[in-house]
Design a protein around this ligand. Structure first.
Ligand code: PLP
Length: 414
C-alpha cells in the first residue's frame, strides 16, 4: 500500500502483536491484544518511528543531510529523530522550548548520547517554536547545509496508514476479527494516518481515540485536515474514515500531561499484569480508556480489541523524577485528597524506610527480580520499591532541582 511514496526502513519488520491474557482475566473480556509500537530496534521505539520513515524518505529524495526537529525537552519525536539521524549518518539539530533543566534524564539524556546538537529556545509557545525551527532551517541552508524540517503531518501520517495495514495482516494471521483499536488522541498525525489506512483498506473496525489533549471538536477537525492532506499527498482519496472514529473525552482529567487517578493506576496495571510500561501523558490515559470501555460495555466482551501502544516510555523517567508521587500507590488509591495522600504516603515511606534499612528482603519486598514474588498485598511492587528507596535516600529533595516551569505548554512532549 502506498508503495510509491519515498520511505526508509527504520522498523526492521512488524512490531509485535500480543495477546493480553492477564488483562483478559482481570476484566472478563474474551479477546484483548496489544500492538507494541513501543518496541523497535531503533531508539527505544515509539509511534514517531513510523512517521520518520516517510519524513526521512522525503528528506532523502530532496538530498538532505541534516534533520531539524523541535519539541519539548521530553519529546519522543526529538529522541527518535536523533536516533534515526545517528543510524543513517545524518546530522540532527534539536530545538527545545524552555530552558536547560538542571538534571537531564529520559529523552533529553538520550538525545545527548545520540550526538544531536541541542539548542534551548527559552520560554516560547508552540507557534514561536515552529517559527524558530523554520528560521534555523533557513539559516542552515544559508550556510550551505541541506536541512529537512521534521513534522509535516500529511507526510508523517502515511506511516500510520501503513501501521493499519500491518495490524490487519497480523490479526488475519491469527484468524482474529479485530473490531476495536484504541489509541491516544493528540496532535492528530498518528490518528489521522491510522484512520486513513483503515479507510483505504475498508477495515471493519472502530477506532477509539482517547483524547489526552484537545476537545473532541478540535481533535476531529485536526484529523480531518490531516486525512485530507495525506490523501492528496498520496494521491489516493479515502472515504469513510469518519464513521470509524469515536473520540473519548473521559480520561483527559485536568489536562495534557496531568495524570488522573485512572491513569496512575493504569501505569501499574500494565506493568504488573502484562509486563510493559506506560508513561503518564499519552499511553496511561489511553490504557485507562480501554479499561473504561470494557467496563461500560462500549467494547463488548466478545469483540476483539487492540490497544495500540505508541511508546514514549523514556519520558516516564523524567515524569517520575519531577513528580515522585507518580510512583506512590497511596496516591493512586485515594484520588483527590492530596494532603491526606501525602501524609499517608509519608506513613508508608516511614514504615518501609525502617524496614529498608535491612535491605529489600527485610522490607518484605521482592528480591532480585524473582518471578512471582510479590510485596505486601495491595501494595504495588514498583511503587513499594520506589517508596522504600525514596525513604532510604531522600528522593524528594533531588527531583525538585529538575523542575523547570515555563509559561507555555510546560510539559508538552510530542
Ligand atoms: C508516546 C506518544 N503517543 C502518542 C503521541 C501522539 O501522536 P500524534 O502527535 O501523532 O497525535 C505522541 C506524540 O508525540 C507520543 O509521543
Amino acid at each position: 500500500m502506498l508503495e510509491h511514496l519515498p520511505r526508509v526502513d527504520l522498523l526492521d519488520g512488524p512490531t509485535p502483536f500480543q495477546r493480553m491474557a492477564r488483562l483478559e482475566a482481570a476484566t472478563g473480556h474474551g479477546s484483548l491484544w496489544v500492538k507494541r509500537d513501543d518496541v523497535a530496534a531503533l531508539g527505544l521505539g515509539g509511534n514517531k518511528l513510523r512517521s520518520l520513515e516517510y519524513w526521512i524518505g522525503a528528506a532523502g529524495r530532496a538530498g538532505c543531510d541534516t534533520l531539524v526537529v523541535a519539541g519539548a525537552p521530553e519529546s519522543n519525536q526529538c529522541r527518535l529523530t536523533a536516533a534515526a539521524a545517528a543510524r543513517l549518518g545524518l546530522d540532527c539539530l534539536i530545538l527545545h522550548g524552555g530552558d536547560p533543566p538542571a538534571c537531564e534524564v529520559g529523552n533529553l539524556m538520550l538525545n545527548r548520547l545520540l550526538g544531536a546538537e541541542i539548542r534551548f529556545l527559552g520560554p516560547v509557545d508552540e507557534a514561536e517554536r515552529g517559527r524558530r525551527a523554520r528560521a534555523a532551517t533557513e539559516e542552515l541552508a544559508g550556510a550551505g547545509r541541506r536541512p529537512y524540517l521534521i513534522g509535516d503531518a500529511a507526510v508523517g501520517a502515511i506511516g500510520y496508514a501503513r501501521a493499519a495495514e500491518e495490524l490487519a495482516r497480523q490479526a488475519r494471521a491469527v484468524d482474529l476479527p479485530l473490531r476495536h483499536v484504541v489509541l491516544p488522541g493528540s496532535m492528530g498525525t498518528t490518528e489521522a494516518g491510522f484512520l486513513y489506512g483503515c479507510a483505504l483498506l475498508d477495515l471493519d473496525v472502530t477506532v477509539h481515540l482517547v483524547s489526552v489533549e484537545y476537545p473532541a471538536d478540535d481533535l476531529e477537525a485536526r484529523i480531518a485536515r490531516i486525512v485530507e492532506d495525506a490523501a492528496r499527498h498520496a494521491g489516493s482519496p479515502a472515504a469513510g474514515w469518519r464513521r470509524r472514529l469515536r473520540i473519548h473525552m473521559d480520561q483527559l482529567g485536568p489536562g495534557y500531561g496531568r495524570p488522573t487517578p485512572a491513569s496512575r493506576a493504569a501505569v501499574g496495571d500494565a506493568a504488573r499484569l502484562e509486563g510493559f510500561f506506560l508513561e503518564h501523558t499519552y499511553t496511561a490515559k489511553t490504557f485507562a480508556g480501554l479499561r473504561r470501555m470494557i467496563a461500560d460495555g462500549t467494547i463488548a466482551p466478545h469483540e476483539p480489541a487492540c490497544f495500540l501502544h505508541t511508546g514514549g516510555v523514556p519520558a516516564l523517567f523524567g515524569q517520575v523524577a519531577r513528580d515522585p508521587s507518580l510512583l506512590d500507590p497511596v496516591a493512586a488509591m485515594r484520588p483527590g485528597r492530596s494532603t491526606a495522600r501525602r501524609s499517608a504516603a509519608r506513613l508508608w515511606a516511614s514504615r518501609l524506610g525502617a524496614a529498608a534499612g535491612g535491605g529489600r528482603r527485610a522490607a518484605g519486598l521482592p528480591v532480585g527480580g524473582q518471578p512471582g514474588v510479590r510485596g505486601e498485598p495491595g501494595l504495588p511492587v514498583a511503587g513499594a520499591v520506589a517508596v522504600a528507596l525514596r525513604a532510604r535516600r531522600p528522593f524528594a529533595s533531588r527531583p525538585r532541582r529538575c523542575i523547570r516551569k515555563h509559561p507555555s505548554a510546560p510539559w508538552r512532549n510530542w
